[in-house]
Design a protein around this ligand. Structure first.
Ligand code: KG4
Ligand code: ZN
Length: 340
């Protein structure tokens, strides 16, 4: 609707400088500058490098999002920004920029939680969120099962990883297999040529009665297997069997959570939600359980500014109190804090 507020969202929690613009829940622009190429040779994101890259990319990315949306600064009604969790220095760049835009434009500021934004983004593709819904968030930094009664106010953590995040496990296993960083998409691709049942890798915590995850035992099992096989190892079979172990546990626990809480809608977000086998198995198991599945398109699953704008838009619509100008960047913001 033309009279809905226009929200500009800024995301700088990791290596992506993301700027998204939404009107209500219509996506107008989603622009991303990534410093991933600068980190690849280190096999992981280097915080100081990421912070400096955000500083360089911030203003040009905002300008380019405005140009893409065909808007001027004066059209923006509110600014939303990821205030945490994430890399402290990286968050700081986004939060400082958001404050400056908020003051300069005379519009309210909303500091939001990165994880809640991963949930909110799905509305840009699939419309309003069912309340409550279950969310499985799987990325390089987090693996969480969240019960979401209201994304603007209440997000409850039901379980999370006790060691590596799912994406981190993908990245580490890719390294063992000699695949480039970030490894998730490479494992996904290699797995298409392999058999998921070729090697019976362990499923951490699968039947322990909790909704927590553990992937470090699996990672070690893969490393041992690859070492033992030496040159005769089949990269595609290892990739497929590792991937199967991860997505088996993720989907099982997600559906256990839906059953335990009587929730009929499951949302999957975060970078690992781009995984083709996760999407297929989740669909299969949701269909069997009578649960509706929502997974945003891959570009909205990985970190981006649109997700922050989407949550900001929810907050504006809910009449939430804007953030004060002294909000900190909180690298360990708990998921129970949706906005600050
Ligand atoms: O959400 P995201 O962009 O950034 C974080 O907040 O971490 O997620 C990045 C993670 C990386 O670990 C990457 O390997 C993983 O998502 N990933 C995938 C796929 N695409 C990205 N993992 C498995 N399969 C994929 N297709
Ligand atoms: Zn993320």
């Amino acid at each position: 609707m033309a009279d809905e507020p226009i929200v500009l969202g800024i995301e700088t929690s990791c290596d992506e400088t993301g700027v998204g613009i939404v009107r209500g829940h219509t996506l107008l622009a989603d622009t991303i500058a990534s410093s991933m190429d600068e980190h690849a040779r280190f096999g992981g994101v280097v915080p100081e490098v990421a912070s400096r890259a955000h500083l360089d990319a911030m203003a040009p990315t905002v300008d380019s999002a405005l140009a893409k949306a065909g808007l001027k600064f004066s059209d923006i009604d509110a600014i939303a920004v990821t205030a945490g969790p994430g890399l402290a220095g990286a968050l700081l760049v986004g939060v400082a920029a958001a404050k400056a835009y908020s003051v300069g434009l005379g519009v309210p500021l909303y500091g939001v939680n990165h994880l809640a934004a991963h949930v909110a983004v799905d509305q840009l593709e699939h419309g309003p969120l069912p309340e409550p819904c279950m969310a499985l968030l799987v990325s390089g930094g987090h693996s969480s099962l969240l019960l979401v009664p209201d994304v603007t106010r209440e997000v409850i953590s039901l379980g999370s990883t006790v060691d590596d995040a799912a994406g981190e496990a993908f990245d580490k296993v890719a390294r063992v297999l000699g695949l480039p960083f970030p490894g998730g998409p490479h494992i996904d691709r290699a797995a298409r040529e392999g058999r998921g049942d070729a090697i019976p890798f362990p499923r951490g915590k699968v039947d322990d009665g909790t909704l927590d995850f553990s992937f470090s035992g699996l990672k070690t099992a893969v490393a041992r297997y690859v070492e033992k096989q030496g040159d005769s190892v089949s990269v595609s079979d290892v990739a497929a069997s590792f991937q199967e172990a991860v997505v088996d546990v993720l989907t099982r626990k997600a559906l256990q959570a839906c059953r335990a809480h009587g929730v009929g809608d499951l949302l999957i977000g975060g970078g690992v939600a781009a995984n083709s086998r996760l999407r297929a198995l989740a669909q299969e198991r949701c269909d069997a359980a009578g649960v509706r599945l929502r997974v945003p398109r891959p570009g909205l699953c990985t970190d981006n500014g649109a997700m922050v704008a989407a949550l900001g838009s929810n907050l504006v619509a809910a009449g939430a109190t804007p953030s004060l100008l002294d909000i900190p960047a909180d690298s360990s913001m708990p998921i129970t804090t949706v906005s600050v």
